[in-house]
Ligand binder design. Structure first.
Ligand SMILES: *Cc1c(COP(=O)(O)O)cnc(C)c1O
Length: 474
């Protein structure tokens, strides 16, 4: 399988070539030249597989430059019950009230080390990076800014990995005690937490400034692990199949998925699974008050927001103003026309911050199965409460946005699977506000706030961050 850019650069690139890269050189995102199609016999065969075996089958359709035995070993060591808590890796539970099924199911994607779904992809990425860097005899310094979730998932994926160092900037004193403990308690020599005296945007600006210094970037082999990385998206395709197999018996059955969304990375993987032939009726995009995506699916207009119009909500990992993976779906929607995608994302967005698709494109969109909805803080509280009272299931704030929107789109005879993107323990304050219950933590995270912390406080100055990187790359 080869990869091309969404903005028209059709130079075919191999998986391992794009693995360590971000954007394509023309500013687009990488996608496979085509989606492999799964026939009925294959789907039947996959039903009986373990998660790691299934992951191998799917990944091997997209990766032909890693020998089969190596790829198998990489996925087997990634998707273990030890790391993800259960043999199923992504167990699905039905929401049942007094013996009556509601049609809603929850697929648990958040039992990895940082209790959020980003571990599903990031844990694989860590192993892929270590493998490929080792093969090339190269090193990589991952530089990122985080307000919590992505940074900790990256650190837990890269800790102890040979050839990789992580320099993660976070806003000093502005993360929850739990988040700080999660990141700063890591003692691995290759993980560097830089606590910036400023806000998240200051940290983000420094990362951009360092990345724009091309000479520095090249000399110090600076890379990222952001959500546009194709390997992350690919890893996520697997759990759509795994969820489908758990709620169906025959391939003639269809299911729908509701996906709590921000950067459109998670649901884009659902789109890929559907394009491969997974029997998906609908992909329901659930947003919080930051409803850029819901607005698009309702109106055909994509309008990015400025930071003043981006709300801080109680489902903070979905507080985005611009969905960085959205371009991938639009490229498919416009018939894989790179020039059209460039006109929309490269030109219209940078000039006016918005674009509207044509009537023809809106008609075409009906063929992709998307639906959408949004949720507010009040909805979130009410949904956490009713899911707890009716079904005895405690869910986090992001999953609550999903359940709220899913309930509006359930169809008779079509199981609706809501992706659980984080555990309630991560958002204890809102859970207490909703149900007055203290969410339990996995045993291994009890008392992490008391562990010794390892981090460096740093002034929000690009030069200081560069100097820190130089010192620690010797
Ligand atoms: C990142 C994240 C999301 C949003 O996922 P996207 O791929 O950005 O759409 C939702 N919920 C949680 C808990 C997350 O960490």
């Amino acid at each position: 399988m080869k990869y091309i850019s969404t903005r028209g650069d059709a130079t075919p690139r191999a998986f391992c070539e794009i693995l360590l890269e971000g954007l394509a050189p023309d500013g687009g995102l990488y996608l496979p030249v085509s989606y492999p199609k799964i026939d009925d016999a294959t789907l039947t065969r996959w039903r009986g597989l373990s998660y790691a075996e299934l992951a191998y089958e799917i990944l091997s359709l997209f990766i032909d430059d890693i020998p089969a035995a190596d790829l198998k070993a990489l996925v087997s060591k990634t998707y273990t019950a030890e790391v993800f808590g259960t043999e199923a890796i992504v167990p699905v539970r039905a929401l049942v009230e007094n013996g009556q099924p509601s049609g809603l199911h929850i697929e648990a994607l958040s039992n990895g080390p940082t209790l959020a779904f980003k571990d599903m992809a990031m844990q694989l990425l860590g192993n892929l990076f270590e493998y490929e860097l080792g093969r090339r005899g190269e090193e990589l310094n991952i530089l990122g800014a985080t307000s919590g979730d992505t940074g900790s998932a990256a650190e837990y994926a890269m800790r102890g990995k040979k050839g990789v160092r992580v320099f993660m900037l976070s806003p000093y004193g502005r993360m929850s005690p739990f988040q700080q403990a999660q990141m700063y308690s890591l003692q691995d020599a290759n993980i560097h937490n830089l606590s910036v005296e400023g806000v998240f945007d200051d940290a983000q600006d420094i990362v951009k400034a360092v990345s724009n210094d091309l000479a520095f970037k090249r000399q110090y082999k600076i890379g990222t692990v952001n959500s546009i990385n194709w390997a992350r998206l690919l890893a996520q395709v697997v759990y759509y199949f795994a969820g489908y197999f758990q709620v169906t018996k025959h391939n003639t059955e269809r299911v729908s998925f509701t996906v709590p969304s921000g950067n459109f990375g998670n649901v884009c993987a659902g789109h890929v699974a559907r394009m491969m032939g997974l029997p998906v009726a609908h992909l329901v995009v659930a947003t919080n008050e930051n409803d850029v995506l819901d607005e698009f699916f309702r109106t055909g207009t994509y309008r990015v927001r400025g930071s003043a119009d981006t709300y801080e909500t109680s489902s903070p990992s979905m507080d985005i103003s611009k969905a960085s993976n959205f371009e991938r779906f639009i490229y498919d929607l416009v018939g894989r026309d790179g020039a059209r995608t460039k006109a929309l994302f490269g030109d219209a967005l940078s000039q006016s911050g918005a674009f509207t698709i044509t009537d023809e494109e809106r008609v075409a969109m009906a063929g992709y199965g998307f639906q959408s909805g949004s949720s507010s803080h009040a909805d979130r509280l009410a949904t956490i409460r009713s899911t707890w009272e009716r079904f005895g299931s405690l869910i986090d704030t992001h999953t609550a946005d999903g359940v709220k929107v899913a309930a509006e789109h359930v169809e008779a005879g079509v199981p609706m699977i809501v992706l659980e993107t984080a555990l309630p323990a991560k958002f204890a304050e809102t859970i207490r506000e909703a149900v007055g219950v203290e969410p339990s933590r996995p045993a291994k995270l009890e008392g992490i706030e008391a562990l010794p912390k390892r981090f460096t406080v740093i002034k929000p100055e690009t030069a200081r961050v560069k100097a820190f990187i130089e010192q620690h790359c010797a």
